[in-house]
Design a protein around this ligand. Sequence first.
Ligand SMILES: Nc1ncnc2c1ncn2[C@@H]1O[C@H](COP(=O)(O)OP(=O)(O)O)[C@@H](O)[C@H]1O
Ligand SMILES: [Mg+2]
Length: 344
Amino acid sequence: MTESYLERGPADDVSRETSSVEVSAVSRETSSGEPTDVSRETSAVDDHAYDTPIAREAAQAVHVLNVRQEQWPKPPAPRILTVANQKGGVGKTTSTVNIAAALALHGLRVLVIDLDPQGNASTALGIEHGVGTPSVYDVLLGGRPLREVTSQAEFTPTLSCVPATLDLAGADIELTSQVAREYRLQRAVNEYLDGFSPADDAVPPDYILIDCPPSLGLLTLNALVAAREVLIPIQCEYYALEGLAQLLNTVELVKAHLNPRLAVSTVLLTMYDSRTKLADQVAAEVRDHFGDLVLTPVIPRNVRVSEAPGFGQTVMTYDAGSRGAIGYLQAAHEIAVSGNRQER
Ligand SMILES: Nc1ncnc2c1ncn2[C@@H]1O[C@H](COP(=O)(O)OP(=O)(O)O)[C@@H](O)[C@H]1O
Ligand SMILES: [Mg+2]
């Protein structure tokens, strides 16, 4: 077997996962056009190291936690991705925080903006978000600078988060009567990025990931207007494609009227269960429809993923050897090395 975790197919193919892993040298184009040698970050591991499940998991954890301190390529300019799907429970928040963590663990600076009143992304990143905490609500409705409400995640200094509190629950309605109501977040993000002058030592984030609530209201609109790219997580389940037309239509409307630079750049298949035929059917249908925009790795259904937020963690640190962590590692890597697919 001469594949790396980063080059493999569906992440939950258990028979392949348990097989030994070694790495062939693979050169890929980075978003900046520079080749990156993926082989180094997954340097050869002795076949015999995988004789037991514990050894296998330990070896996987080495990759996820980036013990070898590999750097993934930095995008030429900050990439702003909105993670959207108006259906609840499809993996928006889970994908946001785990992709953010994977990128941050590989030397990239990442800012997560939690735009869901539930504050699940804030929880998963261990960020305080009780009512009264300075949050994205103050940015959208109080004109407060993003920088003032940003907190650093505990586990890595390159990952920070703008929390959402329950105050945000009324924001959709409160925003309705405001001037430039769809542009509030865009302005805040632009000001934030402009605030990093070459003169001071502060460095802007390489990635901004915005976690949306399960609706197409003004909060999601703000996210779509602030972003360049849309990442759509699709759960490999019944009715997966239902409502997608409405989301795509909204993206087109935003593009036509509010933010011409917006494009769907990435589709991620989540909660894939290889034991069901249905998951394969959904995956095939999504790949048929979205083609190259669909990331090659799929995220397996894995209980460790759902346990992690209960400990204020992403699965990347909660159980770095789990299949879920490997799935998100692979997905984030593909995002990082392939750049904005719409622009290629
Ligand atoms: N790959 C996965 N395996 C198992 N459970 C998952 C996985 N992805 C998400 N979940 C769980 O499914 C639920 C919905 O996911 P979430 O990311 O909160 O969706 P959304 O943000 O779209 O509402 C959560 O309880 C989460 O822990
Ligand atoms: Mg969510």
